[in-house]
Design a protein around this ligand. Structure first.
Ligand code: SF4
Ligand code: SF4
Length: 507
């Protein structure tokens, strides 16, 4: 208990320090003056950001040269990473764009062989265009539109950048009173005939969406037929291991659709501020996965996601299974320690939630406690400290099954809360489970079965191992007893029948 209190105190200190640090990362336009000088070479100062939406005037003495702003202060369109790209944009008082610089993004561009310079070259194409030009990607200029070249392999990123720059420029220009081409004052929320980014993205990802829908349908069938499959353990093992490989390779490494606690924090934050479906629809894979998770949580609990659909969870489980086949020795903490360690993930969740109330940006940085970005989104192509952390957790999972899931994962902890509303209890138990039989408990993937036999639904990963044992008449003691009874009754009946036949024969 003392150890537990110590851990709690240490975590609280980290949270408080983090909260204090929150204000120090707030953006300051003055810090970017050297970039602004690049947009306006004669500038000698810049005002603070002001107005709604915020922008700053760039000055040469008392003379206003133009305006600068950060795009994500104006429109927040999530890109591939699920987060908006922060770009500093400047235009002069005639509305001519003088410069753009991406100051922060979390796009996994390296994975597809794209470099920062490629992104910068892409946005440099906007320079010398006007804020009221409608800029589109690809094709030729047509009436009312100017075309720029795309970056092949980074379609979503450039679509989001284009929509963000187009929309934000017009809003700032309107707020600063710039005139449109017809001499009227630009309107901030001008309707556009452009297709919403998410519609384009859904159309461009038909193949991925189809493969995901097929995968989710297969999983749904597995869950519905769980009793029958548990009675065919070899088939279930093939299906499960095959599905885990699909989860790692297709959902994780190929589609980069690893759910994260950051999605939960962003959702809560968006819900409390300005809710927009667009921000969730822009990534169809994440949208479909979250939708599926929401439904399965209500029907079966959080275990369906953690046991089948989480790429990092699947990696750990596959590594453990491989270790088992290679006879790598495993270890388990004593029961009392194991149950206390469960609390850590809830404390991490609480800390992240508290920080997110103060600063979502800081909470996202602290959410690096999740190794997902390193192991899944960035394919381990990252600074060595992150790689060591993620690889270390995977290595531990070879000895201690799903160590990260059991004790550290804030997403797993967050998913337990809606699981309280689950409708069905489809994992079967005998009254002898736990009293005295402990077979399932010792086999459980995440040790979610209490010594008294009840399944702790908060911790269960729905691997179905206990259900395989439940139906195994040679392993499960109550069922084995029944089998033996049936067999002895059967042989008695057979003997009796043979005896009757012999008598009839002698007659
Ligand atoms: S506990 Fe976390 S890492 Fe483990 S399967 Fe669930 S979400 Fe994934
Ligand atoms: S063995 Fe049973 S209780 Fe344990 S994780 Fe699997 S389904 Fe859940």
């Amino acid at each position: 208990m003392k150890k537990f209190v110590n851990i709690y105190i240490r975590l609280s200190v980290v949270v408080i320090l983090a909260l204090c640090a929150g204000s120090s990362i707030a953006a300051d336009i003055q810090d970017d003056f050297s970039l602004i000088k690049g947009f306006f070479p004669t500038a000698d100062s810049v005002t603070e950001l002001e107005g709604i939406p915020p922008s700053a005037a760039v000055l040469d003495g008392a003379n206003v040269l133009g305006y600068v702003y950060y795009t994500d202060d104006v429109v927040k369109i999530p890109a591939y990473s699920g987060k908006p790209i922060r770009t500093l944009v400047g235009f002069d008082t005639a509305g001519k764009i003088t410069g753009l610089k991406i100051v922060h993004h979390e796009e996994p561009i390296l994975v597809v062989g794209i470099y920062e310079d490629d992104l910068q070259s892409f946005i440099d194409q906007y320079v010398n265009k006007f804020v009221n030009d409608k800029i589109k990607i690809g094709g030729k200029d047509r009436e009312g539109y100017k075309s720029i070249d795309t970056i092949s392999g980074a379609t979503i990123t450039v679509m989001v950048l284009n929509a963000t720059i187009n929309q934000s420029m017009r809003k700032i220009a309107a707020a600063r009173g710039l005139l449109g081409p017809d001499g009227k004052i630009l309107v901030q929320d001008e309707a556009t005939d452009e297709e919403p980014v998410w519609v384009y993205v859904w159309r461009s990802k038909v193949f991925q969406i189809a493969i995901l829908v097929i995968g989710l349908t297969v999983l749904m069938l597995i869950l519905i037929m769980q009793d029958w499959l548990a009675q065919h353990p070899t088939l279930l093992t093939y299906l499960r291991e095959g599905f885990l490989v699909y989860t790692v390779v297709f959902i994780g490494w190929y589609s980069l659709a690893q759910l994260s606690i950051v999605n939960v924090l962003t959702f809560i934050n968006t819900f409390m501020h300005v809710f927009s479906w667009d921000s969730f629809l822009v990534d169809p894979m994440m949208f479909l996965l979250w939708g599926f998770v929401a439904v399965t949580i209500l029907l079966w609990g959080r275990g369906v996601y953690c046991g089948w659909l989480c790429p990092f969870g699947a990696m750990q489980e596959l590594i453990f299974r491989l270790g088992e086949r290679l006879k790598v020795p495993s270890f388990e903490f004593p029961e009392v320690v194991h149950e206390r360690l469960w609390a850590i993930k809830y404390l991490i969740l609480l800390g992240l939630f508290a920080v997110s109330m103060q600063s979502l940006v800081l909470a996202e940085q602290l959410a690096e406690v999740e190794p997902f970005k390193t192991a899944v989104t960035l394919h381990f192509a990252r600074e060595w400290s992150y790689v060591m952390y993620a690889a270390g957790l995977l290595l531990i999972s070879a000895f201690n099954r799903k160590f990260y899931c059991r004790y550290l994962c804030p997403l797993g902890a967050a998913l337990t809360f809606p699981s309280k509303f689950r409708i069905f209890e489809w994992l079967r138990r005998y009254k002898e489970c736990g009293r005295p039989c402990q077979i399932c408990r010792n086999e459980c993937e995440v040790r979610a079965i209490r010594s008294t036999g009840e399944i702790n639904a908060n911790e269960c990963h729905y691997c179905l191992d206990c259900q395989v044992t439940y139906w195994n008449a040679y392993k499960c003691p109550p069922l084995a007893r029944k089998r033996r009874k049936d067999e002895s009754r059967g042989s008695a009946e057979k003997q009796a029948k043979n005896g009757t036949q012999n008598v009839e024969f002698q007659r």
